[in-house]
Design a protein around this ligand. Structure first.
Ligand SMILES: Cc1cc2nc3c(=O)[nH]c(=O)nc-3n(C[C@H](O)[C@H](O)[C@H](O)COP(=O)(O)OP(=O)(O)OC[C@H]3O[C@@H](n4cnc5c(N)ncnc54)[C@H](O)[C@@H]3O)c2cc1C
Length: 156
C-alpha cells in the first residue's frame, strides 16, 4: 500500500508562492469568476518567504515624475524605465487598493507610507479563503507538466 495519496487537479491559473506577489496575484485573478485558481505555497502564507520579514515601508515621493527620476538616478540608469514608470505611476493606486482590502495603510510623512506585512498577508489570505473560485494548497509534492496547469499533489 502506498503511503502517498495522489490526486490530480486542474485550474486555469496556477500561482506558486504565498508571499506578497502570490496573494495579490490571487486577489486579482479571483475577480474573474469564471476562472478556477489554485495558489500553492511551500510555506504557510504569512510565515514564509521574504514578505513577513519586510519593514513594510513604502517610499512614495510627491509625484510620479519625481519618483521616476529618483528611482532611475538611484539605480544609475540601469533600471527598466517602462517598469520603473509603471511602479512610480501606480504606487499610490496600489496602496489605495490595499487599503480597500482592509489593510491598515498609514502615511508616515508626505513621502512615506507603512503597512504591517504579516497582517497584510493574513488579511489577503482571508480574502482569498472567502473566494469560491480559489483553492489554497499546501503540501504540494510534485508539479508535472503532463498537461498545462496540472498539479499532482500529496494530500496525506
Ligand atoms: C529585511 C527585509 C526588509 C524589507 N523591507 C521592505 C520594505 O520596507 N518595503 C518594501 O517594499 N520591500 C521590502 N523588502 C523586500 C520585500 O520584502 C520583497 O521584495 C517581497 O516581500 C517579495 O515578495 P514575493 O511575494 O515576491 O516573495 P516572498 O515573500 O519571498 O514569497 C515567496 C513565497 O513562495 C513560497 N515558495 C518558495 N519556494 C516555493 C516552492 N518551491 N514551491 C511553492 N512555494 C514556494 C514561499 O513559501 C513564500 O510563500 C524587504 C526585504 C527584506 C528581506
Amino acid at each position: 500500500m502506498s503511503v502517498f495519496d495522489f490526486r490530480s487537479l486542474q485550474c486555469d491559473v496556477l500561482i506558486v508562492g504565498g508571499g506578497g506577489s502570490g496573494v495579490l496575484a490571487g486577489v486579482e485573478a479571483s475577480k474573474h469568476h469564471d476562472l478556477k485558481i489554485i495558489l500553492t505555497s511551500k510555506g504557510p502564507i504569512g510565515q514564509s518567504g521574504l514578505t513577513p520579514t519586510a519593514n513594510g515601508g513604502t517610499h512614495t515621493c510627491r509625484s510620479a515624475d519625481e519618483m521616476f527620476i529618483e528611482a532611475i538616478e538611484g539605480g544609475e540608469f540601469l533600471g527598466d524605465q517602462n517598469l520603473v514608470w509603471f511602479m512610480a505611476s501606480e504606487i499610490r493606486n496600489a496602496l489605495d487598493r490595499l487599503s480597500d482590502l482592509g489593510i491598515p495603510v498609514r502615511p508616515l510623512s508626505e513621502t512615506a507610507t507603512y503597512f504591517p506585512p504579516v497582517d497584510a498577508l493574513r488579511t489577503l489570505r482571508n480574502v482569498l479563503l472567502e473566494k469560491s473560485n480559489v483553492d489554497i494548497l499546501r503540501r504540494v509534492f510534485k508539479l508535472r507538466r503532463q498537461n498545462l496547469y496540472s498539479l499532482q499533489i500529496y494530500t496525506g
